[in-house]
Design a protein around this ligand. Structure first.
Ligand SMILES: [Zn+2]
Length: 188
């Protein structure tokens, strides 16, 4: 079986520009691509899982999101990282586009995108990590059975005390990668 790093896109891998699908405004955090390369070198699949309710809200199309995924893949390839998967949830219960305006099992904190990827790539979820900047990422990861890493200042965590705590916290994807690799040594 494979092990994977599930990584959130906005605010984790890319600087968060709300509802952006314009490639010219996509900016990776410093060191983020290098960190994913390091993780991939240690045998992890790299899979982006992202909520894209802008589709349900009528801000952009699924095709625009797929294009964003292609741009991410190209940018990562420039750093010798293979993007193994790009999963997005286009839904939102309060959306304005009928086809997408419904509850679903893929919008984080639901674990649907991780579960689907696990089937597609034969992933051992219990040896995989979900890395994200929101407690919804943590909840999705935990529900899927993964280790979880919250990239955050303490503020976010304090706001929602009582939610499922992450396995670990970090201030950047680089720090997160170091923690994952450190834990690998302990767990193997
Ligand atoms: Zn969904």
């Amino acid at each position: 079986m494979n092990k994977a790093i599930f990584v959130d896109k906005d605010g984790t891998l890319l600087v968060d520009v709300p509802y952006n699908v314009d490639p010219s405004r996509m900016e990776f955090y410093e060191g983020a691509r290098e960190s994913l390369r390091q993780l991939q070198e240690h045998g992890f699949l790299i899979i982006v899982v992202t909520n894209q309710s802008g589709v349900a809200r009528g801000f952009f199309t699924e095709e625009a999101v797929i294009n964003v995924g292609n741009v991410v893949a190209t940018e990562l390839a420039n750093y010798c990282v293979t993007l193994d998967g790009f999963y997005f949830c286009p839904h939102h219960p309060a959306g304005s586009v009928a086809a997408y305006a419904r509850p679903c099992n893929c919008r984080k904190p639901a674990p649907g995108m991780l579960l689907r990827a696990a089937e597609d790539f034969n992933i051992d979820l219990q040896n995989s990590w979900m890395i994200g900047n929101s407690l919804d990422d943590v909840a999705a990861g935990r529900r899927a059975g993964c280790f979880t890493l919250l990239i955050s200042d303490t503020e976010t965590t304090r706001d929602r005390a009582g939610s499922i705590p992450p396995t670990a916290t970090a201030t950047s994807l680089s720090e997160a990668a170091a923690i994952v690799l450190e834990n690998q040594r302990v767990l193997v």
